[in-house]
Design a protein. Structure first.
Lengths: 71, 479
């Protein structure tokens, strides 16, 4: 189960640049650590991303896009 | 307990009365004045404190001696300049900690207990819709042999959808050092002393090899955290809001806290790599000499009338325990981690509450460091002895650590008015062993030189030659 959640987290992951935000990875890890208790959160976290990716919902400012705009 | 509740011998460094190490949290600041420990609080922190003071868990942990005794004091009654008072919405007063100690002076077991206390408090706080904003061993002190949580404003209201804010810090400051000790036999003290924020996630991942990934807790807390950290470390995504809207709940924090605590409790260390942990059983002198030495030390401690005794080179604390029968408190220090760990475990088992065991190398002692070199201070800024016991140590200082004998005695004289020191002659096996593979350039290491050095700072009140003829004890006082 843990690995499924890791997989979900990895799928929705987006590469990132810029300033250091040292806590972000550790925050996400807490979803994975939560195991069964965290399935709902993990799916929802993924669901948002999936909906955004499919265009049903306004996509949150994606790092890669913004990066492109800047450069 | 009453013995330990005296005000500290020496305050930590202060700048205009402000504790030099309490700057990180903008919502409060520690002041030390007239032997009192006062804490200014912002409006928000004051509201959180008042909420905390109403909770059942706060009273429960305070009564159990696990939270520092705290009360709110009227700003009018605070002995600080008006300009300082005006900075804060209110003030707390805390019971002073007799001697401040740091994680890099603690043993594995001490750090482990401080970790469990931190998690116990976090669990209880979550139950009352509060949380701990950080997770550092500097929030914990050892009083009467037990860990006590002292950073009251670390408790704050839990925001909906918040994650465990101190999780990463908990890993770097508690879990990783404990794992390194338990799994790899790497001592926690040099790790905690080299970086004020503990063992970084990426460093930890590099210290762990492939096989270590399969150790309990390592896959997620170390490997995965390092991966996620490097992947998301610089993200611009608002992960906090995303987690909140995905329904991150306090039950999830509780589940993680409980799992982490289970892991912390399971970690154990049996002293692999210790040279000195078994010294007590293997001392190379006769039982009758041993009895003579014990009696000499006990008489000296009693006659000194010392309130605070430092036992430097305490090993497993045999003589510290003798001193503790007569003194208010004993700081028992040794370079060997496992020897100190054994002392801590035994003191805890025997209910001895006036010995503070510390891992400390007198030739490389705790420094002043951190911000402005004042955030954490050296030991002599935090405590002072009335009597120092220096038993079977001088040969290590002079021959192993190459400190000139005269300088060592001079340092002892700068530290204390009264001293019990043991000289171990060159004929003793222990000294022979030290010199076996070393060129003997230690011409200063002689009984005559020691006596001359002592005479220039102290008056020798009592002396004793042990029957073996190789060991000599001196009880000295400043003239």
């Amino acid at each position: 189960m843990k690995y499924l959640i890791v997989l979900i987290a990895a799928l929705v992951a987006q590469p990132a640049w810029a300033y250091l935000d040292p806590g972000t990875g550790s925050m996400l890890l807490q979803v994975i650590l939560g195991g069964i208790a965290a399935i709902g959160v993990a799916l929802k976290l993924g669901w948002h991303k999936i909906r955004a990716a499919l265009g049903f919902r306004k996509k949150p400012v994606a790092d890669d896009e913004q990066e492109r705009e800047v450069s | 307990m009453s013995r330990s509740e005296k005000s500290p011998d020496v305050a930590s460094p202060t700048v205009n009365g402000i504790d030099a190490g309490s700057f990180r949290d903008r919502d409060g600041r520690i002041y030390r004045c007239e032997g009192r420990i006062l804490r200014g609080l912002s409006e928000r922190a004051l509201a959180d404190y008042r909420k905390l003071a109403e909770t059942a868990f706060f009273r429960r942990f305070t009564e159990a001696g696990k939270l520092v005794e705290t009360r709110e004091v009227a700003t009018d009654a605070v002995p600080l300049p008006d300009a300082e008072k005006a900075r804060w919405a209110g003030f707390l007063e805390h019971e002073p900690v007799p001697v401040i100690s740091y994680a890099y002076e603690w043993t594995f077991g001490m750090l482990q207990e401080a970790a469990v206390l931190t998690l116990d408090l976090l669990e209880a706080a979550i139950g009352a819709d509060m949380t701990l904003k950080d997770a550092t061993p500097y929030n914990v002190q050892f009083v009467a042999g037990r860990p006590v949580f002292i950073d009251i404003p670390s408790f704050e209201t839990l925001q909906a959808g918040a994650t465990w804010a101190g999780y990463r810090q908990f890993c770097e400051m508690f879990l990783f050092p404990l794992m390194l000790q338990a799994y790899k036999g790497i001592d926690i003290q040099p790790m905690m002393r080299s970086r004020i924020d503990g063992v970084g996630v990426q460093t930890m991942a590099r210290l762990f090899g492939f096989r270590d990934r399969f150790r309990k807790g390592a896959f997620a807390h170390v490997w995965l955290q390092a991966k996620l950290d490097s992947r998301y470390g610089a993200t611009r995504q608002d992960v906090r809001s995303e987690l909140k809207s995905a329904g991150f709940s306090k039950e999830l924090i509780l589940a993680n806290v409980r799992k982490t605590r289970k892991l912390v409790r399971k970690l154990s260390w049996g002293g692999e790599g210790s040279e000195w942990g078994g010294y007590e059983e293997f001392h190379n002198y006769s039982e009758s000499d041993h009895a003579l030495k014990e009696r000499f030390v006990e008489d000296a401690v009693r006659e000194s009338g010392a309130a605070t005794v430092w036992d430097i080179g305490a090993n497993t604390g045999q003589f510290s325990r003798i001193a503790a029968r007569h003194a208010d408190k004993v700081l028992a220090m040794d370079i060997d981690h496992y020897a100190v760990e054994r002392m801590y475990r035994r003191n805890t088992a025997d209910g001895i509450d006036n010995i503070l065991p510390l891992v400390q190398n007198v030739c490389d002692p705790s420094p002043n460091w951190g911000w402005r070199n004042r955030e954490r201070s050296d030991l002599v800024s935090r405590a002072r002895p009335d009597l120092v016991l220096c038993l079977a140590l001088i040969h290590h200082v002079v021959i192993t650590a190459n400190v000139p004998l005269e300088e060592f005695v001079e340092w002892l004289a700068s530290l204390t008015e009264q001293l019990v020191i043991e000289y171990v002659s060159r004929a003793d096996d222990k000294v022979q062993a030290l010199l076996r593979n070393k060129e003997d350039k230690y011409h200063d290491y002689s009984r005559e030189n020691l006596e001359a050095a002592l005479a220039s700072h102290f008056e020798v009140r009592e002396r004793l030659s042990l029957e073996s003829g190789n060991r000599f004890l001196y009880f000295c006082k400043k003239t």
